[in-house]
Ligand binder design. Sequence first.
Ligand code: C2E
Ligand code: CA
Ligand code: CA
Length: 737
Amino acid sequence: MAGLFSKLTKSAEEEPVEVPEPAPLAPIRAGDLERRIELLDSLEDAGLGWFWASDSKGRLIYLSAAARVRLGLEEADVVGKPLAELFQPDDDPNADNTARPLKFVLAAHNSINPMTVRISGTERETWWEIAAKPQFDENDHFLGYRGNAKDVSATHESRRDAEKLSRYDSLTGLANRYLMTKQLTSTLTVFKTAKRSVALMMLDLDRFKQVNDTMGHPAGDELLKQVAARLKRIVGDKGEIGRLGGDEFQVMLPDMDDRGDLGDLGQRVIQMLSQPYSINGMRAVIGSSVGIAVAPYDGIDADELVKAADLALYSAKGEGRGQYRFYSSDLKEGVKHRHQIEEDLRDAIAKSELQMHYQPIVDATTHRVECMEALMRWEHTERGMISPADFIPVAEDVGIIRELGEWALNEVCHQVKSWPETVRAAVNVSAVQFASDDFVKIVRHALQNSQVNPGQIELEITESVFVGDLDRTLRLFRELKDLGVKLALDDFGTGYSSLSYLRDAPFDKIKIDQSFVRGCSADDNNNAAIIAAIVSLAGALGMETVAEGVENKDELTMVKKQGASHLQGILFSRAVPPKDVLERFERGEFEYEPKGPDRYRPDRRTEFRRIGLIHDDHRYKVVLRNLSKTGAKIEGLLDVPVGTQVVIDLGGGQLAVATVRRSEGISQGVEFETPLITDGAEGLCTRHRVSPYQIEAAGRPLAKLDNDAYAALAGNLKGSAKAFIEVEIGSGAKASA
Ligand code: C2E
Ligand code: CA
Ligand code: CA
């Protein structure tokens, strides 16, 4: 044994020296202290194992000299130093810290089972695996620890590298799905006890596939890296970002539950990610959709929360891209709906359920129709009319948009043949359709088959076709123009606008998106100035301008004043079936008279929703007729005095404090104390909700919010007599104005 150790300690010697054969040693007996110490010394010197000991106060009183020398420390640096100071815990946030922290073990005088610690005060990062047993005297007084240690720096580092690799996405350096899930799970566990909240954002890039397909995979990779960098800049130290794979990202935001702030952040993420990217000198534009869920409101554990955020994301994508959406329990309905659309859409053409309707685009001065926009209509046998805003995105996702688009083009070309030469038809072209190689061929065939005059066909193309290969896009534009058709740039100003490409693209017309027209006469926005700017830009480039979505006289006055050359909107006409168009033309009626309300009503939508109204200790059932950010119109209670303070229960734990401002019979107008915020899509919601922790405190088990969160919170309300008379309102009942 000793021979082996002495050989090892001599390994540093340069020259092998002639050693005389040693005499065989006698066995070491337990009483032979001197030789036992010699044995231990050689073990220490070899670095095979080191020993250490501490006193009852937890201070180091012994450390193998070889260990100290290896650390490059003086005896004074270590002896007398508290163990808890010398042995640092692994503070890598991703380390498996399942063992109890050393501090607690030491304080409890427990055994130290092998654990890895970092040695403080050393120049090179050094990791030891330590183990020790507490020592007690016969009266059970703690004397200190006796332990051993070995240097595991090398293995620790390589293990950490490997872990890093399997926990981080190698492309972007962000946490991967495994790590995100792990972090989310542990955060939720800790936060549950502390009654804190965690928000989860799921995000997915729109049109990323297009970049990958048209610009190549290395470009796609570069894009993902840039997306990650932008995300880091936006999120900062507010949360953890991960890439789950493909173009899916996740952001975990501790202590965020204000949906106003979350919505702002979601909006900022969408805005930042939709700014153009420069990739190897090429320009790429993508969008993103965001789904948001908050624990404990929308889910308690990681699985539940991720599912909720996923559903919200799914719904955001379905609503048209470039939106955020909060989770709400009725989203589940929406998903079923989407699957249904996916399935049925495949047969819609064959079953002749699709039709093209037409909406006039009129000259701004004469109100004479110059063009009809063809808008697809789908009358589902069971569901009735389904909006193209609902089924076109699905068709794009599942790849049937090309078929639908080709059908629409042929249909329109045939119908236009029976129109007067003075009226054109505009066909919408999805960016996905535009990206397919045979698009020009399909247009050429449609023109040839129908023998329509190509000058009578206009193609409406959105800005999103400027994704990827700009040269290809411009070449396609030229080829289309050579066929004789006209080109219009649709939805101008909705996110991908770059004025530089407008100069080179041969558009005949720019369509100003409805969002700039809507409420452009209200004085709290700069829409009028934007419209004026677009009009003058188009003028300089020799293009016409269409103001889309003109709904009322105020908007009409404003867009005319800003100089739009053409107008479209329900103020003139909705889209109507081909038969109605023909009849009108046969009667020689080409002028449209504006018919509609005088002014814009901000954000008011007629609803019929059963909600709750809480007054004193009573929760009344009422019907919501109108909801805006600042107030609501409700029905169902008789003669509620003006000035009454109530709480409106919008469901799902959304309580809004309100004051009755108008009251007439069964109908009341209430004003919210704190304005509602947008839920990202069309709806409104409260910033804050009843917390499941509050409900838990009221004696229920912790669970995500259900629709009747208030009842759970309030238990069985009794108390004073009802102050108001409830009147049953049916869905057919008319709102009394
Ligand atoms: P878009 O191209 O921006 O079409 C204009 C939309 O605004 C139409 O909605 C039209 O009905 C609506 N609209 C017109 N005037 C007013 C108004 O005064 N107020 C309001 N609030 N809305 C007005 P629609 O028909 O629901 O179509 C929605 C979108 O679906 C279209 O937006 C277009 O992007 C897409 N789409 C419709 N038909 C087709 C098609 O045949 N092919 C493709 N690729 N997309 C289509
Ligand atoms: Ca359009
Ligand atoms: Ca449009």
